[in-house]
Design a protein around this ligand. Sequence first.
Ligand SMILES: Cc1cc2nc3c(=O)[nH]c(=O)nc-3n(C[C@H](O)[C@H](O)[C@H](O)COP(=O)(O)OP(=O)(O)OC[C@H]3O[C@@H](n4cnc5c(N)ncnc54)[C@H](O)[C@@H]3O)c2cc1C
Length: 236
Amino acid sequence: MAKLIAEMEIDAVTMELPDTKTVRLKWPEGYTHDFKTGQFITVYWPDTPTYKRAYSLSSCALDRGFYEVTIKRDGKMGTRIVDWAKPGDKLFVIPPVGKFLPAYDKHLICIAGGSGVTPFRGFVREATRSGLNTKITILYSVRTTNDIIFNAEFRELEQQNPNFNFYVTCTRLAVEDPWTGRRGRINAEWVKEHIHDLSNTVFYACGPNELVEATESLVIEELKVPKEQMKTEKWG
Ligand SMILES: Cc1cc2nc3c(=O)[nH]c(=O)nc-3n(C[C@H](O)[C@H](O)[C@H](O)COP(=O)(O)OP(=O)(O)OC[C@H]3O[C@@H](n4cnc5c(N)ncnc54)[C@H](O)[C@@H]3O)c2cc1C
């Protein structure tokens, strides 16, 4: 089946952090597409149609009428979107695809660093709004408390959903910083603390290849979790 590429208007932008922006792309009149939470879209600007980049949906399949993606300032596309994209601009969107899908009948342990947290917002939104009793645990590594994407939204979802927990570890905080949460990198001990029933747990890791591969080796090699119980989304 041919892919329905659509031109979509940006109808809202939100700066999540100084280098990270959420862009809401409005579906054009009559647009409809079957998709799943956790998939990614591919976008390009009308003036550079051969320069395409993929972005995980940070919204979920219950959100109708728009897609949201959350993008970090990076190279050409990341910088153009974070620094320049504004409401009224148009982007072409190749519809969502991908297999990084939440297995809601298991305990989901979602391990992320930096911008890799974006698809997990979709997982938690969907589970919370649907009233699922899926246990979801996010283990999130950031440099400092100023680098936590969706902090307020995840804290709010924690209040609404007793099955969701959002844990942050900071890797580069000053010793005198008042943060009382965890410090240091994600390691096997920390992940292990959150496993309650291993055979009914699925691990997720998403983001730049290096980070995802480090998480894979931690989960599969150090914790001896069967490969089938881990899903990854490598961004390159
Ligand atoms: C399935 C999937 C989902 C994704 N989801 C997200 C998401 O939700 N959010 C997100 O932010 N990203 C996501 N990405 C990554 C995204 O697709 C892009 O790869 C990212 O935005 C960088 O593209 P770019 O055009 O900005 O960088 P490019 O211009 O392609 O540059 C890539 C890297 O090389 C560096 N670079 C470029 N030129 C030079 C140079 N001359 N010298 C030194 N370094 C250089 C850049 O700084 C950058 O780090 C996803 C990727 C995939 C595959």
